[in-house]
Design a protein around this ligand. Structure first.
Ligand code: FAD
Length: 265
């Protein structure tokens, strides 16, 4: 398989740096081809602004989605964004690796998504009408590929459990897994999370490293998170609400969007 790892940590000698190297080594040992986008090392520009759309009149009002769509359609996106598109289309598997910062991804990675996920590439794909709401959530440019988060946290696993104060980790990562990865078509694998890492000792490091090697060995075979597909019949269009009778009638959270969630009696 071809694997793209997008790495968002400012320090190569960090725990994240060490885990990245372990993941790459294991993937290559399995015969996979690996490429990396090292966002801090590459000084990735994270903000979307006028400089992204130079073919427009410089004083024209910037409407980002429109400018993005026009630039994509006319091959006028910036070279750094085009290079990321080439890598995303090349890869069978995408790994986004980052330390959890303020319950989400570091800003540089969010900025990678904002700029790389162009209109016509990651969104605005397929027919948009009252009867069909685009090729997304299970369909789209990146359908047929797999994606996975590789995350480290300072907080304990219990803090991210069902009753933990931080909220369940699957809820915190839902906007990334569902909203950023499933949206343009990826099959999303359960995240690899290393908890409570700030004072990780040497034996603890080896446990995490071995767990990560094992995950890298199952990248091609592990079943994805069973999110419901937008166009698979589970949602009413155009309200995009889950059909009555599907899921737990009293539930209103993220878990409703998992196939196999408790059906109505
Ligand atoms: P490092 O600091 O590089 O390493 C952590 C420890 O791992 C080291 O002290 C060392 O003991 C060990 N280690 C590192 N490399 C090796 C190696 N090669 N071999 C053996 N041992 C090694 N946490 C949360 O849970 N929720 C949050 O919302 C959150 N927000 C944050 C916001 C900010 C701005 C910051 C700075 C931190 C936040 N944290 C949060 C904590 C953060 O998630 C962790 O600090 C981070 O995940 C640790 O990863 P690192 O790669 O930076 O670790």
């Amino acid at each position: 398989m071809k694997v793209l790892l997008v790495f968002a940590h400012p320090e190569p000698r960090s725990l994240n740096g060490a885990l990245r190297d372990i993941a790459i080594k294991e993937l290559e040992a399995q015969g996979h081809e690996v490429r990396i986008s090292d966002l801090y090392a590459d000084r990735w520009k994270s903000e979307v602004n006028h400089a992204d759309f130079r073919s427009r009149a410089p004083d024209a009002r910037l409407k980002v989605a429109k400018a993005s769509g026009e630039a994509f359609a006319t091959n006028a996106l910036t070279e750094d964004v085009k290079a990321e598109h080439e890598k995303l289309l090349w890869a069978d598997v995408l790994i986004l690796q980052f330390p959890l910062w303020w319950y989400s991804m570091p800003a540089i990675l969010k900025g990678w998504v904002d700029r790389v996920y162009a209109y016509g590439f990651a969104y605005g794909v397929g027919e948009h009408s009252d009867k069909y709401w685009g090729n997304r959530f299970g369909e789209g440019t990146l359908a047929g590929k797999r994606a996975m988060l590789l995350v480290t946290t300072g907080g304990w696993e219990e803090h991210y459990s069902a009753r933990g104060i931080n909220g369940p980790i699957d809820d915190l990562l839902f906007p990334i897994n569902h909203g950023i990865l499933f949206y343009p078509g990826y099959d999303v694998l359960p995240p690899f999370v290393a908890y409570r890492v700030d004072r990780l000792d040497e034996p603890g490091f080896h446990v995490v490293a071995e767990r990560l090697r094992e995950r890298m060995r199952t990248l091609g075979s592990m079943p994805p998170i069973p999110y419901r597909r937008q166009n698979g019949g589970d949602y009413v269009i155009p309200s995009l609400q889950l059909r009555p009778g599907l899921g737990d009638p009293n539930a209103n959270g993220f878990a409703l969007h998992l196939n196999g969630a408790k059906a109505a009696d």
